[in-house]
Design a protein around this ligand. Structure first.
Ligand code: 6R9
Length: 677
């Protein structure tokens, strides 16, 4: 970007927490922001004291940019804090995990039962020669054994590297070798949209490509369990792949035979807890490293305050444990808080598009944490699906993964929250480990589309091109003057910050610490409005430069989604001779809109261009609007604008390996070429 980002869209609706919500909230005193800022280390130290430590730390924080150490000298165990400590305090009878498989099978585990299962799995790992410091690759569907495997690793001090079950054998192969994993834990399959994802087969293929460090494959029988699927021996055999005696071991044979007694290994606060690969938009995946004490402190604190977790909540984070959201907010944060966590295996539209709402009604879910990509799909499908179900158990809603457009926020608020649930739009990254910019539901007056303020103890600032701070630290009541757009950056360190990229310290420095010396640069653009609210504008690589104006793709997308016809939009800048870049918009129309209004597609395209021009200004009027059936997304649901730029600029498509469905761009390319002409 040649100049600081201009922000044009404005949103003035505000939603204060109800007095009833505030009265019962875990946190209601806004002075916490100033207190945390006045003594950041003391503030985090108080949080760390809410965990159980085997040995205390001698130093809260050692910070030699870009290397941080937190709670130095302290010893603890993440699994002990998530499971055993609750049981030892007499609270083992509470349900820890409620699980529902896609075919409708369910399982509940109390904290005591979870302790037994984790201990058995941990002993099984030991019997396979896995010990402290070894790395275990976990490639499982969203079944309880996924959380159990992560906790079992943590229990014995092994490092886990979870690979999302939707990744191909090539991706798995690359990740296994980069981390030097000793074993792989997988399943014969998992359910997704009524079919079986053959995970064991993918592991076989990955191992065939050469994985010198792997000694064993521990295989859970999930898809082939005769109680849960049609008896079809061909399918069963296929899913098992090629069984290699000596290498492959069944979970039900090895794990169930183990003792339920397995002590938690005392770990140094800075010992590695896990590696998680994040693809980014280009290049080789980065193995993000998280350590034990600081990471757990960050997950614990944010879960308690942002989700306002209470003993009687039923909390559901819809993310897969293959992503960081599943690490921090399915497993470590909520379990450290003694919460009851719901896990669901399958797709939101199986057997019908009301599956999420049925789950909420059936299990009486009180807190729902999901992603804008899911919310936009629900908008596209229409309100009839949530209307079929009773959603009155819900009391808090959350969003993560992408900017949430104001209209998607409003839809979530009205049709899911029934205007009574606060929405926490939480900005953070794999690298930050825990939420960084987020409302506090008993305190913050929210604005649709804004992640609001940095979590207490986090110093988020806006920088201009020269790397100067153009905004003060957030303290309620500060006067901010006019809205300012620029680069989001974080000052100093925080406990759950990544400790580097596995095996590549140079890349760590270059990626996060060199663009703005002295700051962590997450790569996102942001606006700070006149009330001190952060509006995340997407990745800076996606920001457009149109006739000398930096325009955020996110703002144009939000203006499009504001039109009643639009369910979802992706906007890019394509090279233009005069303007530098011209705006192209790919738009998904809400189900039944054209039919019910009788508007022609051609007329709608013009209406949409006018709509953007009137919401933002003539400068943001798109040159092209392409009506599209789908958008290219990563497997975690983020729109890949880079590929849309390739389409719009008529280039051969770049790397599509991280796409959820590569067919989408190919068909878009055809459509674009025919509509544009
Ligand atoms: C947790 C997670 C991180 C990137 C991040 C940003 C985008 C995430 C957001 C958001 C706006 C939010 N992002 N949450 N943008 N508002 N509430 O998603 O981690 O997969 O590493 O992605 O996602 O661009 O930089 P990760």
């Amino acid at each position: 970007m040649s100049e600081t980002i201009q922000t044009l869209l404005s949103e003035s609706r505000t939603f204060a927490p109800t007095s009833q919500f505030t009265a019962h909230a875990n946190l209601k005193d806004p002075s916490i922001y100033a207190h945390a800022l006045a003594d950041v280390n003391g503030y985090w130290e108080n949080w760390a004291k809410e965990l159980d430590w085997f040995e205390p730390w001698h130093t809260v924080c050692e910070w030699n940019l870009p290397d941080a150490k937190w709670f130095v000298g302290g010893k603890l165990n993440a699994c002990y804090n998530c499971v055993d400590r609750h049981v030892e305090k007499g609270n083992g009878a509470k349900i820890a995990i409620v699980w529902e498989g896609e075919p409708g099978d369910t399982l509940s585990l109390t904290y005591s039962e979870l302790q037994d299962r984790v201990a058995q799995a941990a002993n099984a790992l030991k019997s396979l020669g896995v010990g402290k410091g070894d790395t275990v690759c976990i490639y499982l569907p969203m079944v309880p054994e996924l959380a159990i495997s992560m906790l079992a690793c943590a229990r014995i001090g092994a490092v886990h590297s979870v690979v999302f079950g939707g990744f191909s054998s090539e991706s798995l192969h690359e990740r296994i070798n980069d981390a030097g994993c000793k074993i792989v834990i997988t399943a014969d399959g998992g359910w997704r949209r009524g079919s079986i994802v053959a995970l064991k087969k993918a592991v076989d293929d990955a191992l065939e490509m050469g994985t010198p460090t792997i000694t064993n494959v521990l295989v859970l029988e999930r898809a082939g369990d005769p109680g849960r699927m049609q008896e079809n021996s061909t399918v069963r055999d296929y899913n098992r792949g090629t069984w290699k005696a000596g290498r492959d071991v069944w979970w039900h044979e090895l794990v169930s035979a183990q003792s339920k007694d397995c002590p938690c290994e005392p770990m140094d606060s800075e010992d590695l807890l896990y590696i998680l690969y994040t693809s980014g938009s280009t290049g080789k995946p980065k193995g993000i490293m998280h350590t034990t004490g600081g990471y757990l402190t960050g997950c614990y604190a944010t879960s308690k305050w942002v989700f306002d977790l209470k003993e009687d909540d039923l909390y559901w984070c819809t993310a897969d444990c293959g992503w960081v959201t599943g690490h921090s907010y399915v497993v470590y944060g909520p379990l450290a808080n003694h919460a009851t966590v719901l896990m669901y295996e399958g797709a939101p539209d199986t057997p019908d598009k009301d599956r999420f709402w049925r789950i909420i009604e059936k299990h009486q879910v009180t807190i729902l944490y999901t992603a804008p990509t899911a919310i936009r799909a629900f908008m596209k499908w229409g309100t009839e699906y949530p209307e079929r179900c009773n959603l009155t158990s819900l009391r808090l809603l959350g969003s993560v993964g992408e900017p949430i457009n104001p209209e998607a926020w409003m839809w979530y608020h009205e049709h899911i929250g029934h205007e009574k649930c606060p929405i926490v739009d939480t900005w953070w990254q794999t690298e930050t480990g825990a939420m960084m910019i987020t409302p506090l539901p008993g305190i913050t007056k929210t604005k649709p589309g804004s992640a609001t303020h940095p979590f207490p103890g986090i110093q988020a600032v806006v920088l201009n091109d020269a790397g100067q701070e153009i905004t003060p630290d957030y303290v309620p009541g500060t006067t901010y003057g006019e809205a300012k757009g620029g680069y989001l950056a974080i000052k100093g360190t925080w406990p759950s910050m990544l400790r580097g990229i596995y095996g590549d310290p140079e890349r760590y420095k270059n990626t996060y610490w060199s663009r703005f010396p002295g700051y962590y640069f997450p790569g996102d653009g942001t606006k700070l409005d006149e009330d001190g609210y952060f509006w995340l504008l997407g990745r800076v690589d996606d920001i457009m430069l149109v006739a000398g104006h930096n325009i955020s793709t996110m703002e144009v997308e939000s203006a499009l989604v504001d039109h009643p016809a639009v369910a979802e939009a992706a906007v890019i800048g394509k090279t233009h001779e005069l303007k530098g870049q011209a705006i192209s918009a790919f738009v998904i129309i809400r189900g039944g809109y054209l039919e019910s209004t009788g508007v022609s597609a051609e007329k709608l395209v013009n209406e949409l261009k006018d709509h953007v021009a009137s919401k933002i200004g003539p400068i943001a009027r798109p040159d092209d609007v392409i009506l599209s059936g789908d958008l290219p997304k990563t497997r975690s649901g983020k729109i890949m604008r880079r590929l849309l730029r390739d389409v719009a600029e008529g280039r051969a498509l770049g790397d599509t390996t991280t796409l959820a469905d590569p067919a989408v761009v190919a068909s878009l390319k055809d459509r674009y070429e025919s509509q544009e002409g």
